[in-house]
Write a protein that binds this ligand. Sequence first.
Ligand code: GCW
Length: 733
Amino acid sequence: GPLVDTVRAEVAHAATLRGGEAAPGRLTLALLGAVPDDAPEPVLAAIDAAAGAGLGEPHGDGLGEPRGVGLGDPREAAADEASSTLGDEGFVIVRSGTPQGPTTTILAGTGHGLLHGWFHLVREGALAQGGPGAQGARGPEGTSTSTAPGTSSHERGELSVEVHSPAHDLRVLDHWDNVSVHPVMGQVERGYSGGSLFYDDGSLRPDLGKVRQYARLLAASGVNRVALNNVNVGRREAELLTTHLDDVVALADAFRPYGVRVHLSVSFASPVVLGGLATADPADPGVQAWWAQAASAVYAAVPDFGGFVVKADSEGQPGPFSYGRDHADGANMLARALAPHGGTVHWRAFVYDHHQDWRDRSTDRARAAYDHFTPLDGRFDDNVVLQVKLGPIDFQVREPLSPVVLAMPQTRVAVEVQVTQEYTGQQKHVAYLAPQWTDALQARPWGDEGPAVSDVTSGRIRGLDAAAARTEAAASGTKDSGAGAPRTAGGGLAAVSNVGDDVFWTGHPFAQANLYAFGRLAWDPTLTAEQILDEWVALTFGDAPAELRSTVRNLLSGSLDVYEQYTAPLGVGFMVSPTRHHYGPDVDGYEYTAWGTYHFADRDGVGVDRTRATGTGFAGLFPPELAQTYESLDTCPDELLLFLHHVPYSHVLHSGKTVVQHIYDTHFAGVERVEEMLTAWEKVAPLADPDLAARVTERLAEQHRSAVEWRDQINTYFFRKSGVADERGRRIY
Ligand code: GCW
């Protein structure tokens, strides 16, 4: 198939780069369905390992007994088991030493699996050669001892065997690209990387060469699905489904060689807008027939089409509420149109009142998705994924996890993160976002013995009552209660892309690390942010001097903390400029608006009371222990304090500082850290490619200017409100 051709081309390309050799030593690629009886030992060992890994617990030494390879039936049985473990994208890597030198074997069930196996080797090769030196590089053999879900590694004799498969089947990147330039939002909504890779001012780009490169970049990072247009669907964008289906066909052709499947954001009003029907009511048989026909037409043109993304009844987008129907009615209607073709509906949970009266203290935007969706748990069809933003408000630098993710055991839930840096410096500021995502995905909200959040998105605990799973785990003395649970279809991860037609793809060259991190975590959510950063530095700057590599690494590591230090404090969020599209400080910019994002600062204190006792009750929407932690001032983590509580400026944090002194200290410290970043970069900039160096230098200067502005506005605001002087007498205006 086309993916096998892609792998061949990739291997040949690597060989050219190395002057003839694809990899150090011998490389064998094997497809499960095509393994001859007299295949070499490493291939047979790979089959055994994959077959063994599929049985939940590895047998014996983890490799299982050799399965009578060559004896007919047992051999086939092993191959069948291997193929079910590896699925569409998994692979096995076997390394062995032979008299002819080291050999490496990649075995997979599909071309897609081989491609991921190949990229895995490339990554390890890069780490071995251009990793961040002594700090953090893994061994040249890349024999990681990770026991991530979907990864197992064993030794047998001289062979080392690793079995890999993705934790999430759905690893989606959503493009908020408009086909026609939007008068306010432009070509790409919240895009900070130039124009769209796909569209130019009303039509598809004639040359999709860059899209093909992009497909390669995504596959190498781990992403396997792309939604081709903005979730705010305008007229021209809606037409991708019907009269402009050719655009979708062309884009799908560009992505297909790398195994990336395309999805479309659709307008819920399509039957009216495109079909000329009088209604889009999901209960109307004419509407259902319209969608069924539209889906059939898409699949006739794009047989591997992924499905629909829907933003309904949200920020002005049409939805089922207009017809007195709920969101299960709406999502299922679309799901039934897609089901015969194997498609998926990603239904977004970003539903809230964006016409709120700021005087109304009873409405809490943080609760809205929970209140809308949790009563619908159990009503969604199997091919519906509820796509929930990571935080309950809107992609701020610091929010608690959305409680919706934890409260819908009978629904496939996807977590959506924002790779594009709308609220985290718009790709002018360095902000490596991976720590935010790993903190959330690796958290164990039912307690230390319970499952992790990624067990929900991967489907490992779907359908299980998480509290019961935890009790079971505690009783059996195992830590990870998800481990024994049968894996069902999870919702996966989704992210808003940060890529455009910019020469560095992402505006700030370092923002590429965020794209890479998303793909890697979607594949394996147990990786650490630092591991991923090592990989990205090695892959991106592998040829550069070690000093440059380690400086880039240091600039990115911790950069999100720096951003948090000089912007909105202690989880309170927003304070961004509404008029400058969420860039730069404006402390009261949203305070008297309809958007539901308030901080309630007055002369005495600041923060939003979301407790059960005296506030909006949001804190009570979490599993019991976490709810209790958030409810009480004694246990609420400092970094989320103002998201959950309204406190006086004199309130003493766990850190020992008062809230107002914390605000001053972090804002001064944040700017100092940006200054250190500037100095560090100046030293190594001459070692970098001159265009890249110039871009980074220019962006760092802007980050510094902006950080100073944030510092001074925030500090001045709180000084004037509270009248409390800085203990250290620094300059506040
Ligand atoms: O964060 C907000 C953005 C909107 C976006 C919306 C959403 C696509 O400011 O631009 O609309 O979220 O996620 O739907």
